[in-house]
Design a protein around this ligand. Structure first.
Ligand SMILES: N=c1c2ncn([C@@H]3O[C@H](COP(=O)(O)OP(=O)(O)OP(=O)(O)O)[C@@H](O)[C@H]3O)c2ncn1[C@@H]1O[C@H](COP(=O)(O)O)[C@@H](O)[C@H]1O
Length: 237
């Protein structure tokens, strides 16, 4: 049970559940046939699965190797995972409601507010994975590969352009465009991180480090640092 908790948590976090489990136990003795049904039921209970999604087979190793010589036992488990939702542990229906709610009344759904960052981080993680997989891919077939092949300056330029587009649409109060351009910006930022070998966790850690610190005090400190640098420059010139 304890061993199952961690993979179960990771699976749920990423929006998957076990669809089917197929277990094969390989051993000479004891014969499992009389116990098979009980073992199946125990596994199903442990994993919280309907009984018909758990299959258990037992076979011998025909006197070969340590298993066949009855010195050890083997076990293979094939697990089929299926996606539950885009937002991890939220049900498909809840999520459809959330998407509708957020489109019509962005401020109205408590559930949306609770799940929104699971949804965002799971999506960013998948996109980041695809971006990483595009290294060295054909630039004719992939925008990401094209950006990688053009290099850091081009990627940085796209980040700048997309950020500016978000800002321009925001001051014109075009919220739909801000949503679209924000997606462009986040995607291009992920490409930049990937190109620079920056791990998303580094950015998360930086944000976490700032939690609870006043942004205004931080700004004053930054301005003081800038003033010191300017003064040093003036003294040197
Ligand atoms: N999220 C994105 C994504 N967002 C934007 N873009 C591309 O970024 C480019 C933006 O270029 P521009 O700024 O010139 O866009 P534009 O069309 O002129 O738009 P505006 O000027 O009107 O804003 C377009 O080609 C978009 O298709 C993206 N390309 C890829 N992804 C993700 O990356 C994955 C891999 O993509 P490929 O590498 O192309 O296979 C995709 O499956 C997506 O998940």
């Amino acid at each position: 049970m304890f061993l199952w908790r961690q993979p179960e948590g990771l699976m749920q976090q990423r929006g998957y559940r076990v669809a089917n489990l197929d277990v094969t136990v390989i051993l000479e003795r004891p014969k499992l046939a009389p116990h098979k049904e009980q073992i199946r039921q125990n596994i199903a209970k442990l994993l919280g699965l309907p009984l018909d999604q758990v299959n258990l087979k037992a076979k011998t190793h025909e006197k070969v190797d340590s298993i066949g010589e009855n010195r050890s036992v083997g076990c293979h488990a094939v697990v089929l995972l299926e996606r539950t939702t885009m937002a991890g542990n939220l049900s498909e229906t809840t999520q459809n409601t959330m998407v509708n709610d957020v489109n019509s009344h962005p401020e109205s759904s408590e559930e949306w507010k609770e799940g929104v960052f699971d949804y965002l981080s799971a999506t960013l993680e998948r996109v980041y994975g695809v971006i990483q997989s595009r290294r060295g891919a054909n630039p004719e077939a992939s925008w990401t590969a094209k950006l990688f092949s053009k290099g850091r300056h081009k990627i940085a330029q796209k980040v700048g352009e997309e950020a500016l587009e978000v800002a321009l649409d925001a001051v014109q109060n075009r919220s739909e465009r801000v949503v679209e351009e924000s997606a462009d910006l986040l995607y291009h930022l992920l490409v930049l991180w990937a190109d620079m070998g920056i791990q998303p966790a580094q950015v998360a850690a930086e944000l976490e480090k700032r939690e609870g610190k006043s942004g205004l005090q931080e700004k004053m400190k930054r301005n003081e640092r800038k003033d010191e640098t300017r003064l040093e420059d003036m003294l040197q010139n």
